[in-house]
Design a protein around this ligand. Sequence first.
Ligand code: FAD
Length: 612
Amino acid sequence: EEGSEGRESGYWRLSKLAVPASDDPGKDFTGISLPLLQAIAKAIKFPVASMLPDEAFTVIRKSFDARKVLKEPQFSYTVDMDVKKLLDMEPRAWDFIARLEPKLGAVEYMPKEKLASDLVSMLNVSNEGYNNELGIRDTHNGSICPQDKKPRVAVIGSGPSGLFASLVLGELGAKVTLLERGQPVEQRGRDIGALAVRRILQSESNFCFGEGGAGTWSDGKLVTRIGRNTDGVQAVMKTFVHFGAPRNILVDGKPHLGTDKLVPLLRNFRHYLKELGVTIRFNARVDDLIVEEGQVKGIVVSDSELRPGSGSQKLSFDAVVLAVGHSARDTYNMLQQHNVDISPKSFAVGLRIEHPQELINSIQYSELAAEVQKGRGRIPVADYKIVKSLGEIDAGDEVDIAEQSRTCYSFCMCPGGQVVLTSTDPSELCINGMSFSRRASKWANSALVVTVSSHDFKPFESHGPLAGVEFQREFERRAAMMGGGNFVVPAQRVTDFINNRLSVTTLPSSSYRLGVRPSKLHELFPPYITEALQQSIIMIDREMPGFVSSEALLHGVETRTSSPLQISRHGETYESTSLRGLYPVGEGAGYAGGILSAAVDGAITKIWRFWM
Ligand code: FAD
């Protein structure tokens, strides 16, 4: 027992606990089952699993693992063991716990404090008002700024970054006005319905613009590359739960919400912000900034339904958070007119592929696929994630070797989902994917995209730092023309795409509601993109035999994978390097790519420093 002193409390985190899928209660169960207790007992070398009290364990993560290397598909768990609870109920466990090594790969000791995290401890602001588990204050008296010196902050955009910026700034006592060009979710839902049924695209209320931002009518995947266990991500996830997301998003290895869960969550978010004193204005597009001596002094806002400039209003603010997403091309132009420091950024473009979900289930799960199809709901519908590095691809002359290698990867994979129109202008056509929480549609779609960088935007260099935006627009216009108008999407069987030929027989069914038209998608992009896509599709089929199938349909185009530019800002404060008082955040500013990273980026805006 040497060295085990002080460990009678605190937690052990036990990871990689495997429970065979056939013994597990199923994907939605996040409690402690007997087979899981058996896996725990094995990890801590405790002889009788059934003697371990359930109450001492909490499931932190649960993922489905159907890799072919396993004898049998399994659920893989991470569990926290509360030592004090365990010893209170089963003192004999101490003999085994005392022998555990503090850090042994899958078994790790953590002092209690390490488990707590909330929005405000993340910001390192000490404030007694913030005391509950979620980091959202219980009373409205927790303001850290003096009553007579409440800064007036405009937050432009109500996507994840703008919402979280408003939440944190409101919590900290600023006088926040949230301006959103689109409509609240209730009206936005009707506008999106009208698009699907009557082909009416509202330029200010659509899949990209409106309350909740681009990720609202989406798959709501809550996965991120910025680290699932970081304080920021944990705080954002807990805030989602506070506003009505199911608790198992905190546990699920690949959490997702689905549109039906996101819409009520956003409504609760809005009510909370209003209660906090945040002024929320929908249908309010910010057309300009008021700048004096290199400092933002306010904004010019218009009724979105009117032409820019007409019926506009000037409002003064001490600071402006710019959280406009990457489809606000008019806003980018406006920033350029104010000489805001912007530089082009690499991103990725490509096509969206759709397969029957049953085909993906059988490729990924083999025999187990039958269980998914029976709809027993124990096993999640199959997804996939692919990254392929391609060797040298001819991108023209003057390219150095480093720039010649490209990556092709799957992006925003939506199992049981549908392909949707994400255009914001009727002359352009671009798509993405969404799903509902049950992921019950008969299709599986995913974008296959190829990295592009500033070298590729050269033909558009007259647009300066906005060259990447023009690059996107070029292919969106071509796609609209290929589809023949009316938001019909150009499509091609994957088997024909890799052979450079038009699909002549009837296309397989598509989830896209506004129609598809057989097209030469292999002629839409320049050869360096088309060839990269073709090569990687062939490589993917080697890994996932059946991926290249006459039932798989490619749709064009996917261009808005992430921002084509970055707005320079100071690392510490997030203030623009070229315009004082402007705080660019989220995906549109080039600092996030997805719901979680955008939310975290907005939440940690350090504007509050200037009144402390
Ligand atoms: P946005 O969400 O784009 O929000 C910007 C907001 O600003 C918009 O509401 C817009 O109307 C408003 N705005 C713009 N200009 C102005 C102006 N001048 N004045 C006033 N308001 C303005 N990510 C995931 O992590 N998981 C997914 O499953 C997922 N699926 C997606 C599916 C679809 C169909 C789409 C389109 C995107 C999806 N994404 C997904 C990406 C995700 O939505 C974005 O990364 C995220 O929303 C970016 O957040 P943001 O706050 O930076 O910007």
